[in-house]
Design a protein around this ligand. Structure first.
Ligand code: BES
Ligand code: MN
Ligand code: ZN
Length: 509
């Protein structure tokens, strides 16, 4: 875990492997961002000119390393692009700060300490720089022999070990709180990333549940696990139906953060398919290589609930992790089989690859029994949502327009891209089955919306509900950018944590 300190030291005198400064695109060439003054002075006030000569523009994602000039303690100046300079009198956009800090951290992989001298005019900017720097300091090395396994030798793939945010005030209450929040949040986003990146031969419903139990113990959360026997006895036909083809049986995990001053109860439900082969409706090669990521919703929910506990938020947050492995075998659910769900509704399974909605339905029904003020589910649910919104944006559906709008705004505020999606009423009839109450597939067009329409059937009467389809942003296959690594991203964790904070504050619901 990368250490975080706030420091009032000068960027010129702090001992570090690199001092990080910001460069923005100005009207007449690149301009240094506030925070870089002491470093610029060591270059006789000519650092922006030097950078322009080197071809730097200040574009987002651009990272330039310059040998430090005399008078600087750090041997290297790392210049990170902030994009367009803000209008006069305005501060830097927080997401631009987060991404620039993240790109700098990635460029410092293998180093010990980075001193971040970026513009931090207030606590929110301190939070953005700290978050970006810590989220960028991530690498998944558990399966590499030259990684953690080989202790002693300097590990060139290890994340940046220490982040110092300069210009922030360690004695200021708001700055301190921002730093503490950033540290807990980043640690939990990185927990979600680790879970997502862990291959399915090691992350099974059982081992996932065990990790929830361990984290619960460490952070004071109550954890209850239903194993396959309990699920069968309890009538969880959705979870059992999806999991019955696998050697690794399903689990339903309830992980609860409670607070004596809580006035609201938020339930979070995560899709936790530890591997999605498609089942008997087997996915073709080319569609299954990344399907270890199909538990990203459950990972996000898990991480968010633990963060709520670490931050001691005055709200009750219950996480429900619907864990199963979707495999084909002689015991697997067949297309045409009818499942009796936990709610009592029957579902004709016509495509075993539409499994996420089945496990979620049981967990949503179970969550509804506790009459929370709201239920938010998170899932890598449909390829259709990826077609609609691309690889970086999650879709939001809800049974309440105001709630959907609020979540969209919260996501925007924390720097996660999302978009509100409709649930057209006419889609419902395409789920009618000739033999059961519902079938698990229907109209192909608008497949992401239809999945939402299916889930809505299982939400308890009068409970606000939203559905986040993170199939696009959950797993990043391209080159890393900003604070986003390759592989598991931890998508939705930051949105869920802010949602819990806003629910605690009582200005939602
Ligand atoms: N886990 C997949 C959805 C998915 C696709 C996640 C791409 C991440 C990236 C889901 O279980 C699935 O297979 N959905 C089907 C539904 C269809 C059979 C109605 C899909 O989207 O094709
Ligand atoms: Mn599937
Ligand atoms: Zn799936």
């Amino acid at each position: 875990m990368t250490a975080l300190t706030l420091s009032t030291s000068s960027a010129a005198t702090l001992r570090a492997d690199a001092v990080v400064v910001g460069l923005a695109k100005g009207d007449n060439g690149p301009v240094l961002a506030p925070g870089a003054e002491a470093v610029d002075a060591a270059f006789d006030g000519k650092l922006a000119d030097v950078l322009e000569t080197l071809g730097a523009s200040g574009a987002e994602g651009e990272v330039t390393k310059v040998p430090a000039a005399g008078g600087l303690k750090a041997p290297v100046v790392l210049v990170t692009g902030l994009g367009d300079a803000p209008a006069k009198g305005e501060g830097y956009d927080h997401e631009a700060l987060r991404r620039a800090a993240g790109a700098a951290s990635r460029a410092l992989t293998g180093s010990k300490k980075g001193a971040f001298a970026l513009p931090v005019e207030d606590a929110a900017a301190v939070a953005a720089v700290a978050e970006g720097a810590l989220l960028g300091a991530y690498s998944f090395t558990a399966y590499r022999n030259n990684g953690d396994a080989k202790k002693g030798a300097a590990d060139k793939s290890a994340p940046l070990a220490e982040v110092a945010v300069l210009g922030a005030k360690p004695r200021d209450k708001a700055h301190k709180a921002a730093a503490e929040r950033a540290q807990a949040l980043a640690a939990e986003v990185n927990r979600a990333r680790d879970l997502i990146n862990t291959p399915s031969n090691d992350l099974t419903p059982k081992s996932f549940a065990a990790q929830a139990q361990a984290a619960g113990k460490e952070h004071g959360l109550k954890v209850e696990v239903l194993d396959e026997k309990a699920l069968k006895k309890g009538g969880y036909g959705g979870l059992m139906g999806v999991g019955q083809g696998s050697e690794n049986p399903p689990r339903l995990v309830k992980i609860s953060h409670t607070h004596t001053k809580a006035k609201k109860h938020l339930a979070l439900v995560g899709k936790g398919i530890t591997y999605d082969s498609g089942g008997i409706s087997l996915k073709p090669a080319g569609h299954n290589e990344t399907m270890k990521c199909d538990m990203s919703g459950a990972a996000a929910v898990f991480a968010a609930v633990v963060t709520a506990a670490r931050l001691d938020l005055p709200v009750n947050v219950t996480g429900w992790l619907a864990l199963a492995e979707n495999m084909p075998s002689g015991s697997a659910t067949r297309p045409g089989d009818v499942l009796t769900m936990y709610s009592g509704k029957t579902v004709e399974v016509l495509n075993t690859d539409a499994e996420g909605r089945l496990v979620l339905a049981d967990a949503i029904t179970r969550a509804s029994e506790e009459r929370p003020d709201a239920i938010v589910d998170v899932a890598t649910l449909t390829g259709a949502m990826v077609v609609a919104l691309g690889n970086r944006t999650f879709g939001i559906m809800a049974n309440d327009d105001a709630y959907r709008t609020a979540i969209h705004e919260i996501a925007e505020e924390v720097g996660e891209e999302s978009w509100p999606m409709p649930m057209p009423a006419e889609l419902r009839k395409t789920l009618d089955s000739p033999v059961a109450d519902l079938k698990n597939i229907g109209e192909r067009m608008g497949g992401g919306l239809l999945a939402g329409v299916f889930l809505k059937e299982f939400v308890g009467e009068g409970i606000a509900w939203a559905h986040l389809d993170i199939a696009g942003p959950a797993f990043h296959e391209g080159a890393p950018y900003g604070y986003t690594p390759k592989g598991g991203t931890g998508s939705a964790v930051r949105t869920l944590v802010r949602l819990a904070e806003r629910t605690a504050a009582g200005d939602l619901l």
